[in-house]
Ligand binder design. Structure first.
Ligand code: 1GP
Length: 232
């Protein structure tokens, strides 16, 4: 499946139109909304702008508890299991627990694994955590397995938005070999070939943000990548 990541801080009406009215938008499965640094509270207006245009599932990909908004459909309740920052493993969750319960959002418990994408990304800087080196697939696989043993329903392998390097197929395959929950892969995917490699390695959901923000026409190639793997 394909998910498009929308950053509420850079979602002008014209950008949303370019995405939603794209001829291949019907092939998009989910819209993830959020980011590791939403500075000016645009979450509600971004969700409203999307709801006006589409009935695709709107799933919050939260960078902080202030991104919880009951007008979405669901939330990836992320636990940053590749890091050792207690606040991002359980602290923020405790702070948000009541708000989340009241929100009525569908909660998708997600083991979030940050991978080294070849540069310092906002998420690694803001979270203060060290990403897993991509040449250590065994560490990523053991981390994903531990997340599942703790009851997480999804694993998200992320190189961080705007990464130079996307998740390596070897690492994705190692994780897939270890866990039986859906694996979401994102960060730094910029070409059709990269998207195909990620799908082929076993990603259940491929997420693209930056590249589509920069060029909505990339949706055609992303959808072709998904299609080519489904038919092979
Ligand atoms: C980031 O996985 C997402 O958390 C998407 O990354 O913006 O690099 O596509 P990009």
């Amino acid at each position: 499946m394909v998910a498009v990541l929308i950053d509420p801080d850079s979602s002008e009406d014209s950008q949303l139109d370019a995405l939603v009215f794209h001829p291949h938008f019907n092939q998009v499965d989910f819209l993830f909304v959020g980011g590791s640094l939403v500075t000016d509270g645009n979450m509600r207006s971004c969700l409203a702008g999307l709801k006006k245009r589409t009935d695709k599932p709107l799933i919050i990909f939260p960078g902080s508890p202030n991104q919880i908004d009951e007008t979405a459909d669901a939330i990836l309740l992320l636990s940053l299991i590749s890091g050792r920052n207690a606040d991002l493993l359980i602290g923020r969750h405790v702070e948000s627990a009541h708000k989340l319960k009241r929100s009525g959002l569908e909660i998708l418990s997600t083991g979030y694994i940050l991978l080294d994408g070849g540069r310092t990304t906002t998420v690694s800087y803001i979270s203060g955590t060290t990403p897993i080196p991509q040449d250590k697939p065994g560490i990523a696989a053991a981390t994903a397995l531990a997340g599942c043993q703790l009851g997480q329903q999804l694993i998200y392998l992320d190189c961080g938005s705007g990464a130079n390097q996307y998740a390596s197929p070897t690492l994705i395959a190692a994780v897939k070999n270890e866990v039986h929950v859906p694996v979401i892969v994102g960060g730094g995917i910029k070409t059709k070939e990269e998207a195909m490699a990620v799908f082929k390695a076993g990603a259940d959901v491929v997420v693209v943000g930056n590249k589509l923000e920069e060029n909505p026409e990339f949706l055609t190639q992303l959808v072709e990548a998904k299609g080519s793997v489904m038919t092979s």
